[in-house]
Design a protein around this ligand. Structure first.
Ligand SMILES: Nc1ncnc2c1ncn2[C@@H]1O[C@H](COP(=O)(O)OP(=O)(O)OP(=O)(O)O)[C@@H](O)[C@H]1O
Length: 564
């Protein structure tokens, strides 16, 4: 392998990093990157991985450990790194969730625990880890046991530290105390270089136990230095201005944030719409959405957000859009399903049966099959060839049969054939949560049910899979589910007291939640208020308690208020 020279290394794929980002990407000290939405924090981690691997600054055979919160974020980061620096180098980039990291430690080194707390070897994953003889463990318990293993077994700790020379922590603001203690137990006194990225204004997981002081603790425990990124790559200039008003409201000083120069200064639209009732709201929103689609915006690039209870806010809109031939769906169930690797693989196998080459899908499935057969950089070339041949044959047979899959029985049988080939045991070994067989079976049955439903509507497998993947529909979700995502236009329904019912007690967390909604939009954001809307609490809506948010929007002078 020909290593690149550190001084000559440049970001790949046409990305340009602002100076501060370039310094972080190439640094050899512990860093905390505090940066707002759309500042490219995830991309920065991908570029830093390329730098470390391509220049051998992460010295072969040492590895990078990247820890994310969500499975899809971990996969997405790995995928980006592979695109930037290829298959060989990415094999030294371990990207996983906190839960998967803790579980891998526990599973490998369980014998390092004293017998009185050692769980049953074939434990299941569940919520309740009390009083069951160690046969069901929650991820919280798994993290605690993993921490205990590292604390009491210096050799295991040493081997972990020899394996990983660089650690990445994404969405650092969401780290819980238990997770932070695990990281400290593993690496605090090691030579590993840390890069943590996060945004205090997107701290909306306090209810899930995020550690409030995590930034300060990390700065002092790991003697890290703080860097700030000032470019917002996502949102149009007028929307960046509105986000800045929010920064001020949250007592953040980063007022030098600026949009990417790719935008014209006048770009970015924001509306605050007032309605008497939901019917008027539904009419106007559907017309606005239809106009956007007429102007070439893809439905999947438009998002409808609500604070909570998606169905209560969106049922009418979904029906009304359907009349205009526009698909919209409650994304919650799909989001949970689509982040499962096995669902993605099954869907991609369907995509490959369509006679149009799709190198990305092919590469993805091929990698997956190599992984499930435990092939790695030390495996022989003929092993890789064998897997490729088997895969080609499977896809070919599947393609030949695809026109006959017109009956739900045959459809289910075909899926089961693929799953048998992969084998449940190997899947459960690869994806810890599948050790809970009921969970695995639910995922598979949801996949079958929803994809079959799409086929019944379209009678075309390509269209059915695209629809299942959400290519042709407007996603509707809660703000919490929208973290990390971005859309051309965002419609936030119900900027009302009843949605922010706990605002008085948790103003900062609610303001951060509002900020996450606002900052998902690239070009346009609409907020709505209805005087009358049926919700869990009341039929009459008010906005007095969250008036602060209204005042903040008004003060920018950039939000057009419309009374319909
Ligand atoms: N250096 C760059 N040059 C051009 N575009 C970039 C750059 N970095 C990121 N982007 C683009 O900007 C958008 C936001 O990037 P990314 O998702 O990495 O931001 P983030 O900081 O993780 O955002 P958030 O915290 O809101 O989830 C993406 O569309 C990404 O492709």
């Amino acid at each position: 392998m020909q290593w690149k020279n550190c001084n000559e290394w440049m970001p790949t794929d046409g990305f340009i990093l602002e100076d501060a980002a370039m310094l972080v990407a190439t640094s050899n000290t512990n860093k905390l990157v505090m940066a707002g939405p759309g500042s490219g924090k995830t991309e920065l981690l991908a570029q830093r991985a390329s730098f470390l691997l391509e220049t051998n600054s992460c010295i072969n055979p040492q590895k990078i450990l990247a820890i994310s919160f969500k499975k899809d974020a971990a996969l997405n980061l790995k995928d980006r790194v592979e695109k930037r620096c290829g298959k060989e180098l990415v094999s030294r980039f371990d990207s996983m969730t906190f839960d998967a990291f803790a579980k891998s430690l526990l599973d490998r080194f369980m014998n390092g625990l004293p017998t009185n707390i050692r769980p049953n070897k074939n434990y299941d994953i569940g919520q309740n880890s009390e009083n069951n003889g160690g046969s069901i463990l929650s991820f919280l318990a798994i993290s605690k046991l993993a921490t205990e293993i590292i604390r009491t077994n210096p050799m295991i700790k040493k081997s972990l530290q020899l394996t990983y020379s660089h650690i990445f922590l994404d969405e650092f603001q969401d780290t819980t105390s238990v997770q932070y203690e695990l990281i400290k137990a593993c690496f605090l006194d090691s030579k590993a270089v840390f890069t943590a990225v996060g945004d205090s204004k997107q701290r909306i997981m306090l209810w899930a136990g995020a550690r409030k002081t995590v930034f300060d603790d990390y700065l002092s425990d790991f003697k890290a230095t703080k860097d700030i990124l000032l470019m917002n790559h996502r949102s149009a200039p007028r929307l960046v201005e509105i986000q800045k008003a929010m920064y001020a409201n949250l007592n953040e000083k980063e007022t030098d944030i600026h949009p990417s120069p790719k935008w014209d200064n006048q770009m970015g639209e924001a509306y605050l719409r007032f309605f008497d009732d939901e019917y008027a709201e539904t009419d106007v929103l559907c017309n606005e959405i239809a106009d956007l689609i007429k102007n070439g915006i893809k439905p999947s690039d438009i998002c409808i957000l609500v604070k909570q209870t998606v169905d209560a806010y969106s049922e009418n809109i979904i029906k009304r859009l359907e009349i205009s031939g526009i698909r919209a769906r409650n994304e919650t169930v799909y989001q949970d399903l689509l982040k499962e690797e096995i669902v993605k693989i099954l869907a991609l196998i369907f995509i490959l049966t369509v006679p149009k080459s799709n190198p990305h899908a092919w590469r993805y499935i091929n990698n997956f099959f190599c992984e499930i057969e435990s092939l790695d950089e030390n495996s022989k070339a003929e092993e890789f060839v064998r897997i490729e041949n088997e895969l080609s044959e499977m896809i070919l047979t599947f393609s030949k049969n695809i026109d006959d899959i017109t009956d739900v029985e045959i459809f289910n049988q075909n899926i089961d054939i693929i799953l048998d080939k992969l084998s449940y045991d190997r899947l459960a070994a690869m994806f810890p949560e599948f050790k809970n067989k009921a969970y695995y079976l639910k995922i598979i049955s949801d996949f079958k049910r929803l994809l079959w439903m799409e086929y019944l509507v379209s009678n075309d497998w390509k269209v059915a899979v695209d629809n299942f993947m959400g290519e042709n529909s407007i996603p509707i979700m809660t703000i919490h589910k929208s973290k990390g995502l971005e859309y051309h236009s965002v419609f936030f329904i119900g900027l009302e007291d009843s949605a922010f019912w706990n605002f008085k007690n948790q103003p900062d967390e609610d303001k951060c939640t509002f900020f996450v909604a606002l900052s998902r939009a690239k070009e346009r954001v609409d907020f709505t208020f209805c005087s009358s809307r049926k919700t869990r609490f009341t039929d009459k809506q008010s906005n007095k308690k969250i008036n602060e948010l209204y005042e903040m929007l008004a003060k920018t002078g950039l939000v057009e208020e419309i009374c319909h």
